[in-house]
Design a binder for this molecule. Structure first.
Ligand SMILES: [Fe+2]
Length: 205
């Protein structure tokens, strides 16, 4: 069975300062993401070789095939592994601004305009009770983008959605710098969004 490895962080820990501080990035990446990676590998050990070798996106969208006693662990650690990989790459130094291209068209057609989308994304992600993520995702049934929140580490892929842009609002993502002020973290996070990566993901759906 192939083991998952912590994917390389595409920039230095301090690269997203001042919006996301270096210490948070270091712990988030080297401790939390590593823990999901390890947890996924452990969960996979009890699966059939067919499921062990299944591409992770497919596995997360086929959780009904996973035996019940490890389904929760695959959902949590597999989602945690995948969500964080997406998250590091949907941020970059000197990011932010507004998207162009297909992403702008897709957002405008659903939300009216970028500001309305940003407001909804910020408000509803900020309002997640406990730990979770806000996502802009592509729905291949409706052929449109949509906003959704997901609890804990559950991946949007479990609902058949293709994640385009994710925001982690677990306390581990912001508490060292922002303490209880999750809305301030969200405001700052928009300054590091990597819209080129979002465009790249949308172009592949
Ligand atoms: Fe996280």
């Amino acid at each position: 069975m192939a083991k998952y490895e912590l994917p390389k962080l595409p920039y230095a820990y301090e690269a997203l300062e001042p919006h996301i501080d270096a210490k948070t990035m270091e712990i988030h990446y080297s401790k939390h993401h590593q823990a999901y990676t390890n947890g996924l590998n452990t969960a996979l050990e009890s699966l059939s070789s067919e499921l062990q070798n299944m591409e992770l996106t497919k596995l997360l969208s086929s959780l009904d095939k996973v035996t019940e006693n490890v389904r929760g662990a695959v959902n949590f650690h597999g989602g945690g592994y995948d969500n964080h990989t997406l998250f590091w790459n949907n941020m970059k130094p000197n990011g932010g601004g507004t998207p162009g291209g297909k992403v702008a068209d897709a957002i405008n057609s659903v939300f009216g305009n970028f500001d309305a989308f940003k407001e909804k994304f910020s408000k509803d992600t900020g309002a997640i009770q406990g730990s979770g993520w806000g996502w802009l995702a592509y729905n291949s049934q409706s052929k449109k983008v949509e906003f959704t929140t997901m609890p804990n580490q559950t991946s949007p892929k479990t609902k058949g959605l293709i994640p385009l842009l994710g925001l982690d609002v677990w306390e581990h993502a912001y508490y060292l710098k922002y303490q209880n002020k999750r809305p301030d973290y969200i405001v700052a996070w928009w300054n590091v969004v990597n819209w080129d990566e979002v465009e790249n993901r949308l172009s592949k759906v």
